[in-house]
Design a binder for this molecule. Structure first.
Ligand SMILES: *[C@@H]1O[C@H](CO)[C@@H](O)[C@H](O)[C@H]1NC(C)=O
Ligand SMILES: *[C@@H]1O[C@H](CO)[C@@H](O)[C@H](O)[C@H]1NC(C)=O
Ligand SMILES: *[C@@H]1O[C@H](CO)[C@@H](O)[C@H](O)[C@H]1NC(C)=O
Ligand SMILES: *[C@@H]1O[C@H](CO)[C@@H](O)[C@H](O)[C@H]1NC(C)=O
Ligand SMILES: *[C@@H]1O[C@H](CO)[C@@H](O)[C@H](O)[C@H]1NC(C)=O
Length: 270
């Protein structure tokens, strides 16, 4: 009896862990379903209400004080970033506010799920990381990225395709087959055969950044900006590993929260 109970408990724990990890990595719900704040697919208030990350979320985002992202990310704000890049940057004609807003339609949970001030902090955090990752929207492709495949063949569900390389591309520099795979499945493009489309289609490119954000960063924003650094590149930068990189991200974040008229909040570093 006791042994049976233990077995049942163990199976339950394993199932929960498996579900948690697969869904958290890939909340690519079939159309018509919402991705809940915990990363599960379904309908109704528990999925489409507060914290809903993607799919047909309630237009309000289900949250009290959410702001309109388009009202915060004005053309002047966007230009303030991209105008700092040289005219010959590959990202200059590629990254546009319109492309960001178009991709955002698929991620109505972005910048929602908290107070208006918290929304503005999330938007500031997203653009701080994007500014850092792309050099003010200069780069689409990782510098020197073509020298590496970024293929980890132990992720057999996302098999690398011969001749393709999964180096950093787009606003948050999507990297590795195990990120391209689930991103493509969720967004709806053949990411393993054609990863290069992330560098040629601005809508898909911004969607990959928002997909990564909603799956790996959105849920930690309440812990402060430092937790977002940890989620994006913590192993390489946090705990004193690369203080100058951390500091660069923090400075952009403080600048953008200041432009939006909110305090940066606690725990900005990592
Ligand atoms: C959100 O939408 C769902 C599904 O349409 C509905 O059941 C729920 O009442 C809505 N919740 C809010 C807070 O609007
Ligand atoms: C803040 O960012 C804007 C671009 O968005 C830039 O023009 C300005 O120089 C930055 N300010 C500081 C203090 O870095
Ligand atoms: C950015 O550059 C454009 C085109 O040169 C210009 O019209 C705009 O005023 C600039 N905006 C900012 C915020 O620097
Ligand atoms: C590939 O992923 C596995 C599982 O996460 C990890 O243990 C391994 O170190 C990775 N290999 C490379 C070359 O990154
Ligand atoms: C939002 O931030 C502003 C500026 O920092 C502050 O004055 C205001 O009290 C904050 N609102 C809430 C509800 O915390």
């Amino acid at each position: 009896m006791a042994v049976k109970l233990l077995t049942i408990l163990l199976v339950g724990v394993l199932l929960a862990a498996l579900q948690g990890s697969t869904v958290a990595q890939n909340c690519g719900c079939p159309s018509g379903l919402c991705c809940s704040k915990f990363g599960y697919c379904g309908t109704g208030n528990a999925y489409c209400g507060e914290g809903c990350q993607a799919g047909p979320c309630n237009s309000s985002g289900g949250s009290s004080g959410g702001v309109s992202v388009a009202d915060v990310v004005t053309q002047a704000f966007f230009d303030g970033i991209i105008n700092q890049t040289a005219g010959n940057c590959e990202g200059k004609p590629f990254y546009t506010r319109a492309a960001f807003l178009s991709a955002l339609n698929s991620y109505p949970g972005f910048g929602k799920g908290g107070s208006a001030n918290q929304s503005k902090r999330e938007i500031a955090a997203f653009f701080a990381h994007v500014t850092h990752e792309t050099g003010h929207f200069c780069y689409i492709n990782e510098m020197g990225g073509a020298s590496k495949n970024y293929c980890n063949s132990s992720y057999t569900q996302y098999p690398c395709v011969a001749g393709q390389k999964y180096y950093g591309r787009g606003p948050l520099q999507l990297t590795w087959n195990y990120n391209y795979g689930p991103a493509g499945r969720s967004i709806g493009f053949n990411s393993l055969s054609n990863p290069g489309i992330v560098a040629t289609n601005p809508d898909i490119s911004f969607k990959t950044a928002l997909w990564f954000w909603m799956n790996s960063v959105h849920s930690v924003i309440n812990q402060g900006f430092g937790a977002t650094i940890r989620a994006i590149n913590g192993a390489a930068e946090c705990n004193g590993r690369k203080p100058s990189e951390v500091n660069a991200r923090v400075q952009y974040y403080k600048n953008y929260t200041s432009q939006f008229g909110v305090s940066p909040g606690d725990n900005v570093t990592c």
